[in-house]
Write a protein that binds this ligand. Sequence first.
Ligand SMILES: CC(C)(COP(=O)(O)OP(=O)(O)OC[C@H]1O[C@@H](n2cnc3c(N)ncnc32)[C@H](O)[C@@H]1OP(=O)(O)O)[C@@H](O)C(=O)NCCC(=O)NCCS
Length: 141
Amino acid sequence: MTPRRITPGDARLLAVLHAGAFERPWDEAAFEALLVTFNVFGLMLDGQGFILCRAVADEAEVLTLAVAPLVRRNGVGRALVEAAAATAAVRGADSLFLEVASENAAALALYAAAAFEPAGLRRGYYVGGADAVVMRRTLNT
Ligand SMILES: CC(C)(COP(=O)(O)OP(=O)(O)OC[C@H]1O[C@@H](n2cnc3c(N)ncnc32)[C@H](O)[C@@H]1OP(=O)(O)O)[C@@H](O)C(=O)NCCC(=O)NCCS
């Protein structure tokens, strides 16, 4: 299960996968804009899922992660997170951060299994009022 690098031509595919995973999906234009941003990188398993990240100096962050409902619990999310962590480390990041809704049990379990640790809480961060848990994984260790 080896994810490939996302290219600017993938915006429509990402929008479709995102719409299958989130109540408030990002549209194709939003992905087009992100994919031409110099410090944004992403990885995908075609038809199954993708992860999009941004690298700033020695830190990287996960912007979004989506796995198609029909293929969940098959290791796709884990493979994408590991590929993103490896890519971020190659780009010089020491840490990989993310925000996850405190009520998102699946994602919290995935990130805990992937060596992320809680690093903060943003109360009422999401539309609808859910808190965001900030999580951090140390890279290059
Ligand atoms: C969260 C998400 C990306 C997980 O993707 P996935 O491909 O199903 O995850 P994996 O199969 O790689 O799971 C890896 C581990 O994470 C944990 N996990 C994943 N989904 C879980 C669930 N629903 N319940 C409990 N643990 C879960 C388990 O430890 C799992 O290992 P196991 O299957 O050997 O027990 C997927 O559910 C998704 O796209 N959700 C909607 C979008 C979303 O929430 N994105 C993250 C926003 S921060």
